[in-house]
Design a protein around this ligand. Structure first.
Ligand code: CP
Ligand code: NVA
Length: 339
């Protein structure tokens, strides 16, 4: 397996075998880290992390992953660089590609990360755009593999905004890996028809199935994984909150829904999650809409506190796995042959 020089812009560009390779490489790097085995395979290289949006996990995963591999790292946040203001993405790509061995980008437009990739001359990794969040899916799938021992045939149910970056990317990942993907949401929040069609074509090859429903209880029935994400994503205007609560409060993952899943089911979330009053926005939403929508009156939105804190929840293992999988992506795309 040789992924040297490849970009990671969407999992659509990777075969099932390549995705499995990255997950297995991450598992090996995780074990090495736990056992204190040094793996500074990329000493002397440098990467730059471009963030147009905030981040905790993705930024730290890239930074720690790069440090563990022996690399230097530059972080550029939403302010402080010329990109997009005084300098085009294309010019930025050509400048940074001459200084760095790899570029991570988190931003709004998928076309921006594609533009970077087209002109940088070094691997570009998508750390989230409005359309896709591929590195998250690798971490999610490593976590599922750790829990169940395999990915194929896992019954995976996603509840919530299924046409955001997470819904799109999870659907692609499940299709690629022969899993049974169900999305539960109002129809307007299902992935777009073109992407569904692409994934159905992939599913024909892998044995995956794709199901779309408006019925959360049915969707959860016998599932191995219940997964959700925030109802309003970064970059969306604040005034969509009310309509999103109207659309999605019935899809909140609570203990009743969890009980409807398989007895061994796990709860997953890419994080950050709204599950209480201890975030500014959670408290504000509870205050503004709690009387009208009892589901959100304690600042619990896509998931209840009881579920995220339960023994079925693997969200922090999943968050840790961001680092191991991102490290695997950097190692595999910057150097040959690591398994
Ligand atoms: N899941 C995820 O991408 O988290 P951050 O926004 O903290 O990077
Ligand atoms: N859909 C979310 C994912 C955050 C990791 C967002 O884009 O804000």
């Amino acid at each position: 397996m040789n992924l040297k020089g490849r970009h990671l812009l969407t999992l659509l560009d990777f075969t099932s075998k390549e995705i499995q390779y990255l997950i297995d490489l991450a598992a090996r790097l995780k074990k090495e880290k736990q056992e204190g085995v040094p793996h500074k395979h990329l000493t002397g290289k440098n990467v730059v992390l471009l963030f147009q949006k905030d981040s905790t996990r993705t930024r730290c995963a890239f930074e720690v992953g790069a440090f563990d591999l022996g690399m230097g790292v530059t972080y550029i946040g939403p302010t402080g660089s010329q990109m997009g203001k005084k300098e085009s993405v294309k010019d930025t790509a050509r400048v940074l590609g001459r200084m760095y061995d790899g570029i991570e980008f988190r931003g709004y437009l998928q076309t921006d990360v594609e533009m970077l990739a087209a002109h940088a001359g070094v691997p570009v990794w998508n750390g989230l755009t409005d359309r896709y969040h591929p590195t998250q899916i690798l971490a999610d799938f490593l976590t599922i593999q750790e829990q169940f021992g395999h990915l194929k045939d896992i019954r995976f149910t996603y509840l919530g905004d299924a046409r955001n970056n997470m819904g799109n990317s999870l659907m692609i990942g499940c299709a690629k890996m022969g899993m049974h993907f169900t999305a539960a949401a109002p129809e307007a929040l299902w992935p777009d028809d073109d992407l569904i069609k692409t994934c159905r074509d992939i599913a024909k090859e892998t044995g995956a199935t794709l199901t779309f429903t408006t019925d959360p209880m049915n969707a959860a029935k016998n599932a191995d994984v219940l997964y959700t994400d925030v109802w309003v994503s970064m970059g969306e205007p604040k005034d969509v909150w009310l309509s999103r609560i109207q659309d999605l409060h019935a899809y909140q993952i609570d203990e009743t829904l969890m009980k409807n899943a398989s007895p061994k089911a796990i709860f997953m979330h890419c994080l950050p999650a709204f599950h209480g009053l201890d975030t500014e926005l959670g408290a504000q939403i509870a205050h503004e809409f709690g009387d009208q929508y009892p589901a959100v009156r304690h600042g619990e939105m896509e998931v209840t506190d009881a579920v995220i804190e339960s023994s079925q929840s693997v969200v922090f293992q999943e968050a840790e796995n961001r680092m191991h999988t991102i490290k695997a992506v950097m190692l595999a795309t910057l150097e040959e042959n690591h398994v």
